[in-house]
Design a protein around this ligand. Sequence first.
Ligand SMILES: CC(C)(COP(=O)(O)OP(=O)(O)OC[C@H]1O[C@@H](n2cnc3c(N)ncnc32)[C@H](O)[C@@H]1OP(=O)(O)O)[C@@H](O)C(=O)NCCC(=O)NCCS
Length: 159
Amino acid sequence: MFSMLRRRARPVVEDLRIEHAAECARLHADFFAHPWGVNEFETMIASAAVYGAAGVDPSRGDFGGFILVRRAADEAEILTIAVDKSLQKQGLGRELLDFQVSGLRRIGVRRLFLEVDENNRAARRLYEKSAFAQVGTRPGYYRSAEGSPANALILACEL
Ligand SMILES: CC(C)(COP(=O)(O)OP(=O)(O)OC[C@H]1O[C@@H](n2cnc3c(N)ncnc32)[C@H](O)[C@@H]1OP(=O)(O)O)[C@@H](O)C(=O)NCCC(=O)NCCS
């Protein structure tokens, strides 16, 4: 009863753990046409090459968002990032990205890549403000909900 009355607090960013896999899958399914399952998230989070961060409400435990990155030598790729709709545009996406970038720098990663749908304004804004620049394009890589093709932009950032 008491916990139901606790007010929502600003999420705190921490390392992603295997216990977060179900919440990652739930959030991923809210945004992506081909959602990854809980088992896939468990496997990725358990992988030594995969790093992640989660935004969690410290008082209620609500899961607000996450980022997942795969490393190969001194390069890494953002596999996915998502913030709960009710928490978007409040800075959590940037906090997750900054937290992860700091962690990657500490382990010697020098370049971070990602792919983003050219029509994804929110994500493009997030990355542009974090000094990512376009290094390539994959024409027609994505399909919209209506089935029309959209280009993937390949972005990179020197860490
Ligand atoms: C992309 C995403 C993670 C951003 O998370 P967020 O917590 O809303 O991001 P922030 O609040 O930190 O905002 C980062 C920047 O993007 C801008 N932004 C956020 N949502 C926006 C929107 N819908 N339209 C335009 N700009 C937007 C913010 O204003 C901010 O820019 P600013 O620093 O100039 O003010 C979130 O929109 C999301 O989960 N989208 C669905 C999943 C997705 O598309 N993931 C990316 C796949 S590549």
